[in-house]
Design a protein around this ligand. Structure first.
Ligand SMILES: [Zn+2]
Length: 334
């Protein structure tokens, strides 16, 4: 059991590290934070372990992360191991699923769990993620909203729901009902029923809710829904560079307009254009959308631009940044 005083101390340590730490949008840059603490970091196959903390009498202590896990889980494990370093510096830790998530674990594991939760999801950031996900009340939080919040914070669906439960934002009943849904099913609903690839996320984007994901990963599906009334001669056109794939592009009539099965429709029928935009490589990407007459694309009635910088797996980020720093050092000494 963690005493109340210790609990408060850990939450304060984690929250202040979170609020002053490096960020990309609402997502803590845990890789950079670990580097700032002069810890070694390695991504290796760990069998049944998710991660480990290795203290050191001489030189740098280190963190090991299982190399074949989704990004959110790797980030949560990294935060947990940083917790061991800051809270229990001299002691090694080997962490399996129970150590990371089980409420009945040893006190040191409970402490690292508490630290990781508040480091990646401090209360002000949960509130900000909820606003971006259009959550009016936590009592009515939907699986799609929880999934979007998890994406904005770059944690797993399960971690986000667990944190909202331990901070008493949602009831045990709501937690259980949300955890009863598989994140891959929630993602598929967001991506117009298309299956979303393993280790990637889906993001819902509408022009009226410009809360575009700031933390889009390579291979993520950005599902865009746009109103399109083809009877007016207008269409949405998309211009995107080579950093983006468009694996899905469909037009559907509104159900309410009474379209026939064979595709014929009443005059004035509105519809929806549905597109999936998928960043194909690390770094900046853009998709520029214009709503214009079919034969007059240069005269759009509306425009809508999505931009971002696609992130990749923590291990590729870690390695790429090491190479970047090495190149910076060697070029400045020339
Ligand atoms: Zn642990």
């Amino acid at each position: 059991m963690i005493t109340l005083g210790r609990r408060r101390e850990i939450i304060q340590t984690a929250t202040s590290a979170a609020l002053t730490g490096p960020h990309d949008g609402l997502a803590l840059d845990i890789i950079e934070l670990i580097r700032q603490h002069n810890l070694r970091l390695a991504f290796v196959p760990l069998q049944r372990l998710y991660g480990a903390y290795i203290p050191s009498q001489s030189g740098n202590a280190g963190i090991l992360i299982h190399n074949r896990q989704p990004r959110g889980l790797q980030r949560f494990t990294a935060a947990h191991e940083l917790g061991h370093h800051l809270l229990h510096g001299g002691t090694a830790a080997l962490d399996d699923s129970d150590a990371l998530f089980d409420e009945t674990s040893h006190t040191s594991e409970q402490e690292a769990q508490l630290f990781a939760g508040h480091l990646l999801m401090p209360l002000p950031y949960i509130a900000a993620a909820a606003r971006l996900a259009n959550v009016a009340h936590f009592e009515t939080l939907t699986a799609e909203q929880a999934y979007t919040m998890a994406g904005l914070l770059d944690v797993s669906y399960k971690a986000a729901i667990t944190q909202m439960h331990v901070t008493e934002m949602i009831t045990p009943t709501l937690r259980n009902s949300l955890l009863g849904q598989r994140p891959s099913d929630v993602a598929q609903r967001i991506a117009f029923g298309e299956k979303v690839a393993m280790f990637t996320r889906a993001w819902a984007v509408r022009p009226d809710t410009a809360s575009v994901a700031s933390r889009v990963g390579v291979g993520d599906d950005i599902a865009i829904t746009l109103p399109e009334n083809r009877t007016t001669g207008y269409r949405w056109f998309i211009d995107s560079g080579d950093a983006v794939d468009i694996p899905y592009d469909e037009f559907t009539l509104d159900a309410s307009t009474g379209a026939d099965q064979d595709g014929s429709r009443r005059v004035g029928a509105g519809g929806e254009r549905r597109l999936i935009v998928r960043p194909s490589r690390r770094g900046p990407w853009q998709a520029h959308l214009t709503y214009a007459p079919v034969h007059q694309r240069e005269d759009p009635a509306e425009t809508f631009t999505l931009t971002g910088s696609a992130v990749t797996t923590p291990q590729l980020e870690w390695n790429t940044r090491r190479i970047d720093r090495f190149l910076e050092r060697t070029t400045t000494t020339e």
